[in-house]
Unconditional design. Sequence first.
Length: 168
Amino acid sequence: MEFLAPLHPQITHAPIVLIIVGFVFEIAGRLLDRDWWRKAAFALLILGVASAVLAVQSGDGAGEAAEKQGVPERAVDAHEDMGKLALWFGLGAVVARALAGRMGPARAAMTGLGLALHLVAAITVGIAAHRGGQLIFEHGANVRVHGRLLQVGPPGGETEAKGPDHTH
């Protein structure tokens, strides 16, 4: 899905909001003992995970472009890894929640697992979002000045580490 790479910054907002707000709805539903809040939370989680698939897919191409621009590969990889973790934790939460109703005596344990996985997905998507912001605001990823892409370092994104003894 290389064609989605330019839209990656816009696509990523959906899983960030949906997964985190879905968790807030889940907690509200439990605290207020309202089933509709929990049903809404599950719907938000499903939509968040579906949009996370698109975010991860679009991120592969966006990451390659950022590295060619000179953004450090380690920073791009750290963002990508956290985004993929958020997707997997979110997917696990969806599966656990979907299976909980069919688990009989293990329903409470499966529900607890789903809640824990949703919390971890919300945290990891938040960290991925923070790292994505760092790519833009600290490293200049996909930043354009007068319509031209800012070259922030050598192509490939890594610079040779030089100690204090090296002068050039």
